[in-house]
Design a protein. Structure first.
Length: 206
């Protein structure tokens, strides 16, 4: 019964916000494409610096990783991104800033993918599968859901609040509960970045 209730609520949510899902996914996709293009036109000096950092990261994986520092950095970055998007959803003027953050996170991912493939022509795709895909499989759904939640709440504040049977306090409670779930996903993505990714690099490049 409980599982059926969650599935029914999920279907209602998708039916009510399908247009926002398309918008959010499109913004992130444009960001990813833009980042991939930007990686191809990076000045040689900056490309060399980034390549040095990539090599250093591989060496660190071989020699041992400070998991606590890596965990703190990964989780903090993820929670900041999701938290800021959710906060902007509480503001009437948050729409363009939410879109900008979604685009930026997509841009960073696209740039990383493009740079690794360009600078490591023999194993770049494999490195992407090891380093970026595992956490992205968890973080991207969290980012998409957070973006939809934030945009939907902002639009509700602007034009739907007066006609809605849901009070502001109830809406805020629902928003906070869903936001907490998204934060859990963001934290899980950080855990993958800190523990799973270095382990995979050590297995295949140690």
């Amino acid at each position: 019964m409980l599982q059926g209730g969650y599935m029914s609520a999920g279907r209602r949510h998708l039916h009510s916000h399908w247009a926002l899902y398309i918008v959010v996914i499109a913004i992130i996709a444009v960001g990813i494409a833009s980042g991939a293009i930007a990686s191809k036109i990076l000045p040689p000096g900056q490309a060399e610096q980034l390549q040095t950092r990539v090599i250093s990261a591989f060496q660190s994986a071989r020699n041992g990783v400070d998991y606590s520092s890596l965990l703190s950095l990964a989780v903090t970055q993820n929670l900041k991104a999701i938290g800021l998007i959710l906060f902007l959803g509480l503001t009437v003027l948050g729409l363009p800033f939410i879109a900008a953050l979604l685009f930026f996170r997509g841009f960073v991912l696209g740039f990383a993918v493009g740079f690794l493939i360009l600078t490591r022509p023999t194993d770049g795709i494999f490195v992407v599968l090891l380093t970026l895909v595992p956490s992205s499989l968890v973080f991207l759904p969290a980012l998409i859901f957070a973006g939809v939640m934030a945009l939907a709440f902002t639009l509700w504040l602007v034009k739907g609040r007066q006609r809605s049977p849901v009070s502001l306090s109830q809406a805020l409670l629902l928003y906070a509960g869903a936001g907490a779930g998204v934060m859990v996903l963001a934290t899980a993505a950080g855990l993958i970045d800190a523990y799973v990714t270095p382990g995979l690099l050590r297995i295949f490049y140690g």
